[in-house]
Every structure is written in structure tokens, then in C-alpha cells.
Design a protein around this ligand. Structure first.
Ligand code: ADP
Ligand code: MG
Length: 348
């Protein structure tokens, strides 16, 4: 036995290896693995969307987090994937695996959070499954619906389109960092004042940009994704699927104002956090430049903003699909959060 482990492969290689064993043949009009949701045509001329998300105690949330938070967030994660297609959620089913010793209060609190999010995003929970295991695992599968011009896939970006993001970035990572600092250094959250409380909320109880996703679809978005892995990684997924490159102007990236307020105390570089931090559940979209003003106005009516952060280029080298420019220089950013400058002219 000399096979790699999951740790050795990493998530993306593991998914590639697993799905390679599946049949790739899908009926006409279906979209399978590789987008935010699967897509199946519906008889009314629209599409049915299907997605699933899992959270594991000790991996995706601290086991002692009040359970209504992971309950709310697991629903948000699936709603956000449906938002990224320009769709509307229609129904959810929930699977719970937890140890036999799990307390009644914990399970009830979990469902308070699930119920709150289900109400917020108007998606009924219509079933599920319950079993026991050594760790707590929460899974949500969700269906959605959309009508043309949705669904907006990751594969439609074209050279000359602009790149936009909703809202602001880095806040969820800021909240996660505050929790980490509290736990290791025993510093109470009140130290960071109201901005700190809002960052915690962003991490623990995120919004999904449903209205903005629909608005962007209707305003000509050519590709869209929700920002769950971090802006640079996620627009990279659009590049891979669309066969294009992108240039992102770092100075245009909307940094979460609360992260900026406390950033020097919790983060070595708020810009890097905004570029690479995950789980903000904002949307990144590409669209023809002439549609931006209309899209920004429409997104503005949904309670958030739309910011133009970059441009789609023709195919670039496969190892440098997303270039980040600040003041004429290219920033080299590893997704682990390291950064150094490189001169754009001579590339060294
Ligand atoms: P997202 O961040 O939008 O939820 P992921 O990064 O989890 O997407 O997954 C990327 C793609 O791989 C999706 O299309 C998803 O459906 C697919 N995928 C992930 N895990 C598996 C798996 N175990 N089997 C089949 N497809 C998978
Ligand atoms: Mg997604």
C-alpha cells in the first residue's frame, strides 16, 4: 500500500480522482460537477439547481460554538451556491450525525439556527436523516430554481468583461481570527468593540447574496461564483472553467470596513485577508463593461454594493491565471496569505 492519503492529495485532487470514476455522460442541458450547483432543465423552460454542503465539528466550527450558529451557516452555504447561479432556493433536507452523548439543548439550538436561516432565505426544510457517530457532522442538500438568463455558470467569462464583487471582503476571516485570539490568548471579544462584534457575526452568521445574484443574472453577468474559498481562489475557478485570465486591481478591492477598523490588531495585512480570506459569501461576477452601471444600481436595491475590481483577459499562462496589480506592480500572493512585490515590467 503506497497510495496517497486525503491529506497528501488535498481537497481538489481528491475530488478530481473520485469524480474521474463517474460517468461523464449527462443528458442535454445538464451541468454536473464543477460549478456552484448542478443544473437540470425543468419542464417550464427554466432550470432546477441542486447543491450540498457539510460542516464537521472541530473542522468547520469549534465544537463549543453555540449550535444555532453552525445551524444558520450550513443553510447560508447552500443558499449562497444557489445565489451564485442567479437562482432562488426551493427546499432543503438536513442530515445530522452526532455522538450519542449529544445534549437535547444542543440539538434544539442547532435547529433554532436552521429555522432562522430557513425563514430568512424563505426555504422550507422538508426532510432529512439522523444517525450517530463519533463526531458531529451537519449536511444540507438544497434545491433551487431559476429562469433564463440564469443559470449563470462559471464558464461564461469572456476577454473584455469586467470583474465585480458584491459587498466587502475579509470580514469573516477577521471574525475567525478574533475567536482564535480569544481562545489562545484569552482576550475577551469586547476588546475590539462594535467592529469586532460585527466581524464575529460575519464569521458565525453570514448572509447570502440572493437578491444580488438574481440582479446580476438579469443584468448580463457572463459568469458568477460565490466567494467561499477567497476572492483570488474563487475568481481562479472562473478562469479555469472559462479558459481566460484576469487582472485584479488590489486598490479597488472592497475591504470590510470593520476589518480595517481593527485590522492592525488582528491581521498582518488586511488587503491580503480581503484577497484570500474565505467564507464571506459575497458574489464575484464577470459582465460586459457597458452593463456595470445598471448592475450596480440593481444590486444597490438589494441591500449591498457592487464594486468593479478587475478585467478579464484572454487565455494566460496556466500557472498565473489571476494577476493582482497594485500601483503598477504585481503582487504575488500565495493563498496561504504571504505576499511580496514584483515589478510588472521586468517580472522579477
Ligand atoms: P463550493 O465551494 O461551491 O461548494 P466545492 O469546492 O465544494 O464547491 O466543490 C467544487 C465542485 O466539486 C462542485 O461542483 C461540487 O459539486 C463537486 N464535488 C465536491 N465534492 C464532491 C464529491 N465528493 N463527489 C462529487 N462531486 C464533488
Ligand atoms: Mg460555491
Amino acid at each position: 500500500m503506497n497510495g496517497k492519503t486525503l491529506q497528501g492529495m488535498g481537497e481538489f485532487e481528491a475530488i478530481e480522482r473520485m469524480v474521474a470514476r463517474l460517468s461523464t455522460a449527462l443528458p442535454d442541458g445538464w451541468v454536473g460537477i464543477g460549478d456552484d450547483t448542478a443544473v437540470m432543465p425543468s419542464p417550464d423552460g427554466g432550470s432546477i439547481l441542486l447543491t450540498i454542503d457539510t460542516m464537521v465539528a472541530g473542522v468547520d466550527f469549534w465544537p463549543d460554538t453555540p449550535a444555532d450558529y453552525p445551524g444558520f451557516k450550513i443553510i447560508t452555504a447552500s443558499v449562497s451556491d444557489i445565489a451564485a447561479m442567479g437562482g432562488t432556493p426551493t427546499a432543503a433536507v438536513v442530515s445530522i450525525v452526532c455522538p450519542r452523548s449529544t445534549k437535547q439543548e444542543w440539538l434544539e439550538a442547532l435547529y433554532d439556527g436552521i429555522a432562522e436561516a430557513a425563514k430568512r432565505f424563505e426555504v422550507p426544510v422538508v426532510g432529512g436523516d439522523t444517525s450517530v457517530g463519533t463526531k458531529t457532522v451537519i449536511t444540507v442538500a438544497m434545491t433551487g430554481a431559476c429562469a433564463p438568463p440564469a443559470p449563470i455558470l462559471r464558464s461564461g467569462a469572456r476577454a473584455g468583461d469586467i470583474v465585480c464583487v458584491t459587498g466587502s471582503l475579509g470580514g469573516a476571516t477577521g471574525g475567525l481570527r478574533i475567536i482564535g485570539i480569544e481562545r489562545t490568548l484569552k482576550k475577551p471579544e469586547a476588546d475590539y468593540g462594535q467592529p469586532g462584534m460585527r466581524l464575529l457575526e460575519r464569521h458565525l452568521k453570514p448572509e447570502a447574496r440572493l437578491g444580488a445574484g438574481r440582479a446580476l443574472a438579469e443584468c448580463g453577468a457572463t459568469a458568477m461564483i460565490d466567494i467561499s474559498d477567497g476572492l483570488v481562489a474563487d475568481v481562479g475557478h472562473i478562469c479555469e472553467r472559462s479558459g481566460v485570465g484576469m487582472t485584479i486591481d488590489a486598490s479597488a478591492v472592497p475591504i470590510d470596513p470593520d476589518l480595517e477598523a481593527v485590522g492592525d490588531r488582528i491581521s498582518h495585512d488586511v488587503l491580503v485577508t480581503a484577497l484570500t480570506g474565505g467564507e464571506d459569501f459575497e458574489l464575484a461576477a464577470t459582465l460586459p463593461p457597458e452593463r456595470f452601471d445598471e448592475a450596480a444600481a440593481r444590486v444597490g436595491t438589494t441591500g449591498t454594493t457592487l464594486t468593479h475590481v478587475g478585467v478579464v483577459e484572454g487565455q494566460t499562462s496556466a500557472d498565473n491565471l489571476v494577476r493582482i496589480i497594485r500601483e503598477g506592480k504585481e503582487l504575488e500572493i500565495s493563498l496561504a496569505g504571504w505576499v511580496h512585490f514584483r515589478d510588472e515590467q521586468n517580472g522579477d
